[in-house]
Design a protein around this ligand. Structure first.
Ligand SMILES: Nc1ncnc2c1ncn2[C@@H]1O[C@H](COP(=O)(O)OP(=O)(O)OP(=O)(O)O)[C@@H](O)[C@H]1O
Ligand SMILES: [Mg+2]
Length: 499
C-alpha cells in the first residue's frame, strides 16, 4: 500500500453563486513535492484553505497519514503539522525576526523573564536547519519578500511541520532567490517533509516537483508523476483544449514620441534615467528584481518624489507630483502589488473597473449612468474572461489571478494614452496570458504607448518593440528590435561595471 501524507477526498465547497470545489480529490505521497496546477479560479487556493481550516468543506473527507481528521480552524491544522507559506506573509513588520517567531508564545526563563537568549539561539538553529543565515534580531520590515518566506519556512520546520503548503511562493522572487528557495525545498524533502506547491510557472514545476495534480473548474483532472507529463499535456489538461504559446503579432508600427523622461533621479534609488515612448509602441523595461524598474515608474507617475529630471508629454514639459496629476496627463500604471495599490477589495468588480474613468459612464459627465457602467464592466469581464458570478461580486472574493485581471480591465477602461504595466501577467495562468498579450497589442494598435515591466524573459522579448535594461537604479542600455535577445538582455541586466 502507498503511504500518503495527505488525502483530500471528494471535497465540495460552494460559495454564493460559485461552485469553487466540485468533488476534488488530492492524494499526496509522503516526502514528495506535489504541485497543484490549474487556471485562475480553478480552486487551488480554496482547496488549501479547506486544508488550513479557514473554510469548512460542504462535504468530503481529509486524511493525514491515513487517519481521518476534522480541521475546524487554523490551530487544528497547525497541531496536525500542516503549515502554510502564503504570498501575503503574516509577519508583523515592526517586530524582530525572533519576536515574530515566538509571537504570542514568548519563552520565559525560570525567573519568569523573557528568555531572549534561548529564543535567539533557537531561531538561529531553525534557520540553520534550512541552510539559511540571517540575523534574528533584524526587524521584519527591513527584510525582502524572500527572506520573510525563509522565516516562515523555518518557523514551520521548528514547529515540526509535516506538510508545508506554498501558494505561488516565487511570484516576487528574483532568480537567485528562487534557486535558494528550491535548495531549501530539496533539504526539506530529504528530511521527509511533504510539500504542496502551487504555481503558474510550469518550468518551476518541472524543476522542483515530483508529482502534479491538475484541477479544472473545481474538479480533479489527473495526478501524474511530473516525469510522465509534458508541458503541452499540462496546459491541455488545465485549459481543456490545446493552446498555442506563441506571442501574438502586432500590425502597427511605433509612431511619434508622446512621452519622454530625461535625467530622472530619485533619492538613493534612481540615477539619471532617460527614456522615450512612442505612440503604438511597447517598450520593455527589463532588469533583475531590485534593478529599480518599479521605482522608476513610481517616480514617473508621481507616486514617489522625483529629485531631479524632466518629463514631457506630447512635447510639453509637465510636472507630475501625484498620481492624480498623472491620470490628468493621461498616464496610468497597473501596479505590481494589486492588493496595496491596485484594487479596492471591498468594492465590486464593476466599481473597480469604472472608477478610473467615471465621466465615460456618466451622463453629461455628471450623473452616473448605470446602463453604461454595466455594459463597460460586462465587456471587460467577457474579454478578459474574468471568473466571477457577476459584476457586483466584491473583488475580495475573486481568485488571485482574477483580481489581477480586474486591475488590468480598470486601466484598459481608463483610456489613458500612456500606460505603464508592472508585471502584468503575474499570477495569471498560461492560457489567460495570451488574452492579456492580445489586449496589450490592441491598445498599441489604437495608438497608445505602453511601458511594460516584466521579469519573464520570454514575455519581454516576445512583446517589446524596444527594451531598456536597468541595473541598480541605472539605465544600462537600450536594445532596438533587431538587437533583442535573451543573451543581450541578460548581459546588460547583470552588468557589474562601474555605474
Ligand atoms: N470567499 C469566497 N467567496 C466567494 N467566492 C469565492 C471565495 N473564495 C474563492 N471564491 C471563488 O472560488 C473559485 C476558486 O477560487 P480560488 O481562489 O481557489 O482559485 P485559484 O485556483 O487559487 O486561482 P488563482 O490561480 O487565480 O489564484 C473562484 O471562482 C473564486 O472567485
Ligand atoms: Mg490562488
Amino acid at each position: 500500500m502507498e503511504s500518503y501524507a495527505l488525502e483530500m477526498i471528494d471535497i465540495v465547497k460552494n460559495f454564493p453563486g460559485v461552485k469553487a470545489l466540485d468533488n476534488v480529490t488530492l492524494k499526496v505521497k509522503k516526502g514528495e513535492v506535489h504541485a497543484i496546477i490549474g487556471e485562475n479560479g480553478a480552486g487551488k487556493s480554496t482547496l488549501m484553505k479547506v486544508l488550513n481550516g479557514v473554510y469548512q468543506a460542504d462535504s468530503g473527507s481529509i486524511r493525514i497519514e491515513g487517519q481521518e481528521v476534522k480541521i475546524g480552524n487554523i490551530n487544528t491544522a497547525k497541531s496536525l503539522g500542516i503549515s502554510f507559506v502564503f504570498q501575503e506573509i503574516n509577519l508583523v513588520p515592526t517586530l524582530s525576526v525572533v519576536e515574530n517567531f515566538y509571537l504570542g508564545e514568548l519563552l520565559k526563563n525560570k525567573f519568569h523573564m523573557i528568555d531572549w537568549h534561548t529564543m535567539t539561539r533557537n531561531v538561529k538553529e531553525a534557520l540553520e536547519k534550512i541552510n539559511f543565515t540571517l540575523d534574528p534580531k533584524r526587524r521584519v520590515l527591513e527584510l525582502t519578500v524572500a527572506e520573510k518566506q525563509m522565516i516562515e519556512i523555518a518557523r514551520a520546520v521548528s514547529r515540526n511541520a509535516k506538510i508545508i503548503v506554498m501558494d505561488e511562493p516565487t511570484s516576487s522572487l528574483s532568480e537567485n532567490e528562487v534557486e535558494k528557495l528550491f535548495a531549501i525545498i530539496r533539504t526539506l524533502r530529504e528530511q521527509g517533509i511533504t510539500i504542496i506547491y502551487i504555481s503558474h510557472k510550469l518550468d518551476e514545476i518541472f524543476e522542483i516537483c515530483d508529482a502534479a495534480t491538475v484541477i479544472r473548474d473545481g474538479k480533479t483532472i489527473e495526478t501524474r508523476r511530473v516525469k510522465d507529463y509534458t508541458e503541452d499535456l499540462m496546459i491541455e489538461q488545465m485549459v481543456g483544449r490545446s493552446v498555442t504559446m506563441e506571442f501574438p503579432q502586432r500590425t502597427s508600427k511605433p509612431g511619434e514620441v508622446i512621452f519622454s523622461a530625461a535625467d530622472i533621479c530619485r533619492k538613493n534609488k534612481i540615477y539619471h534615467v532617460d527614456l522615450e515612448l512612442r505612440r503604438g509602441e511597447v517598450l520593455g523595461l527589463a532588469g533583475l528584481v531590485g534593478a529599480g524598474r518599479t521605482e522608476l515608474c513610481e517616480t514617473i507617475i508621481g507616486a514617489e518624489k522625483m529629485e531631479a529630471g524632466e518629463i514631457r508629454i506630447f512635447g510639453k514639459k509637465t510636472k507630475i507630483s501625484n498620481t492624480r496629476q498623472a491620470k490628468h496627463n493621461s498616464i496610468g500604471m497597473v501596479t505590481e502589488e494589486r492588493k496595496e495599490t491596485g484594487l479596492a477589495l471591498d468594492f465590486s468588480v464593476k466599481q473597480n473597473i469604472v472608477i478610473t474613468n467615471l465621466p465615460k459612464v456618466a451622463w453629461k459627465g455628471i450623473w452616473l449612468n448605470a446602463g453604461k457602467e454595466d455594459r463597460a464592466a460586462g465587456e471587460y469581464i467577457e474579454e478578459l474572461n474574468i471568473k466571477t458570478p457577476g459584476m457586483n461580486q466584491k473583488t475580495m472574493f475573486l481568485s488571485g489571478g482574477n483580481q489581477q485581471k480586474v486591475v488590468i480591465a480598470k486601466w484598459l477602461f481608463s483610456d489613458v494614452d500612456i500606460l505603464i504595466l508592472d508585471e502584468p501577467t503575474r499570477g495569471i495562468d498560461v492560457g489567460a496570458k495570451f488574452e492579456i498579450y492580445q489586449l496589450i497589442n490592441k491598445l498599441a494598435e489604437q495608438g497608445k504607448a505602453i511601458l511594460m515591466i516584466s521579469s519573464e524573459m520570454n514575455e519581454i522579448i516576445g512583446m517589446s518593440d524596444r527594451i531598456i535594461v536597468m541595473h541598480n537604479g541605472h539605465k544600462k542600455g537600450e536594445l532596438e528590435k533587431d538587437m533583442i535577445s535573451a543573451e543581450n538582455v541578460m548581459r546588460l541586466a547583470v552588468d557589474t561595471e562601474e555605474e
